[in-house]
Write a protein that binds this ligand. Sequence first.
Ligand code: HEC
Ligand code: HEC
Length: 350
Amino acid sequence: MHLIRRGRRSAGRVRSDDTVRVARRPLRRTPPATPIARAFAAAAGRAGVTVFLAAAFAGALVFTAHARQSRSVADGVYSVEQAERGRQVYQEQCVTCHGDALEGSVGPPLAGDGFLAIWSGLSVVDLVDKIHNTMPLQAPAPLSRQESIDLTAYVLQAGGFPAGQAELTDAALPGIALPTVATAAASAGGGDVPVAPIANLAQLMRAIAFPASNIVFNVQIKDPADDVPAPTGTRSFDFVEWGATVYPGWEAIDLAALAIAESAPLFLVPGRRCENGRPVPVERADWREYTAAVVEAGRAAYRASQSRDWDAAIEVTDQLNAACDNCHQVYRDVGAEGRGVGTDRCRQDP
Ligand code: HEC
Ligand code: HEC
């Protein structure tokens, strides 16, 4: 009986960490006013991503993207006093997550080769913007622009870049280049499209595995055959709501299962880091087995969904939940009291 099942499931499995976890950070950006403005914003976002991808892997494009950068961080672009102001803010607001020596703890390192590779060829303004717009994570109050620039001066100092006479100013930022670091990018199918990580592992999980799994787990409480999306015409337009009406019901389950199966091998891309800066342990045999189990669970979920049999779809959620959970127990939910203390995540010797 579906009703009984529904009660049992929602009391148990559905409340796994992966399904009920709430967003830790509310979106701060105000949405654009009209659908057309939104389409532009989306297009601009995509363009931004393209530039970033290109900048990370192709020297020629780095040059195009930042053609106006006439100075480099090696040229003494901040002052000692400024870095000292930055250090004080760092000690108050950043040290718990990025470590005393910027070596990383819960958050990634802010110095060293791995850090420089991520910012390779970009402009200092990109780094200031990253700090200003997104750090400290979950902060009640945002940093001022001046604080963000001072912090960047401190990060440069800690990274061994020399101080100069003048302070780093907002106006000068776009003209100053971060160093270009050669990164080994694999290519897909021998072609010229580089396959190299952009996201840290937590971001990758949140971007694909998390939403796709939640769509599959939803069969525990809703029969996909009954899933008739509400008409969107009555409220203000929303791409996400509209999108859910295009491939609804069982097809949504099909697609989510495929997303899980197809994207899991991305857990194995070399060079990806975890949020705390540790490399993802892609060489470890158990890591590869856990990943293979997700591919298998995604396949099984697809087959179950294709059968259009609600019971079969509910059944397969156990396999999916276990595939995620088995790896999380070893590599994610470790540390004090068993979870949420990110410094031990992704250890090479669990
Ligand atoms: C609550 C923990 C936390 C605090 C506090 C925090 N950060 Fe972060 N920081 C993170 C995490 C997690 C990431 C990785 C995710 C991301 O890039 O958004 C990150 C990423 C960054 C990055 C990008 C690093 C990279 O590898 O590209 C910079 C730069 C940064 N933080 C600077 C700061 C500064 C400066 C402060 C203090 C004002 C600060 N952070 C405070 C957790 C934190
Ligand atoms: C091979 C191991 C492995 C598998 C399989 C795996 N995960 Fe993860 N997952 C991790 C690790 C490790 C982290 C922490 C990453 C980090 O800190 O950068 C993580 C983080 C996450 C996060 C972010 C939560 C947080 O606390 O930041 C979500 C959500 C998540 N995983 C969902 C899933 C789902 C859903 C599945 C199954 C489809 C899955 N994961 C399968 C290892 C795995």
